[in-house]
Write a protein that binds this ligand. Structure first.
Ligand code: HEC
Length: 146
């Protein structure tokens, strides 16, 4: 009897830790993506001329994109397709190579943009190219926002 109980308990622990791992990676990627969303806000306001242009703030945001987008390709394992309120579409896992290269392209674009945001005119030319990477991927691989 006791033995059965122990086995049942161990099984329960194994199952719950497998599920927890999956939710952990979903939370981890959402956190990184959400950091990128926050980093995009100030420069977005500068584009709309709601706040004054500031080159250092823009560079700091680009650094956030570079840092987070370098880590993101690892955070879409097979066991994270559902759960944790994920908004990732199943198509993402069918096109893993494309997704990885899109994150890499974001890193490269942001890296290149760092040399091209010293003044406001360059910034206005450059920023849409950088954030175009965000929208392009969301359109294909993220649940559409209502
Ligand atoms: C290669 C694809 C890809 C790129 C590039 C990308 N995203 Fe996303 N993004 C996603 C996916 C997929 C999700 C949904 C993740 C989930 O819910 O599991 C997402 C979700 C988000 C979220 C919501 C996070 C949350 O808390 O649920 C924000 C904010 C976001 N992205 C901002 C950005 C910004 C800003 C950029 C560009 C600087 C960007 N993303 C670039 C694929 C991408």
């Amino acid at each position: 009897m006791l033995r059965l109980l122990v086995i049942a308990l161990l099984t329960a622990i194994t199952i719950s830790s497998a599920a927890a791992q999956n939710l952990e990676v979903i939370k981890a990627r959402k956190d990184l993506l959400s950091d990128m969303g926050d980093a995009a806000k100030q420069p977005g306001k500068m584009m709309k001329q709601e706040i004054p242009f500031d080159s250092d703030t823009v560079k700091a945001s680009l650094d956030v994109f570079i840092d987070k987008a370098s880590k993101l390709p690892e955070l879409f394992p097979e066991d994270s397709k559902t759960g944790g309120k994920t908004e990732a579409l199943p198509a993402l896992w069918e096109n893993k190579d494309d997704v990885i290269s899109r994150f890499k392209k974001l890193v490269d674009t942001a890296q290149a943009a760092k040399n091209n945001v010293a003044d406001e005119f360059d910034f206005i030319d450059t920023w849409p190219t950088v954030v175009g990477n965000c929208g392009g991927c969301h359109k294909k691989y993220r649940v559409e926002k209502k």
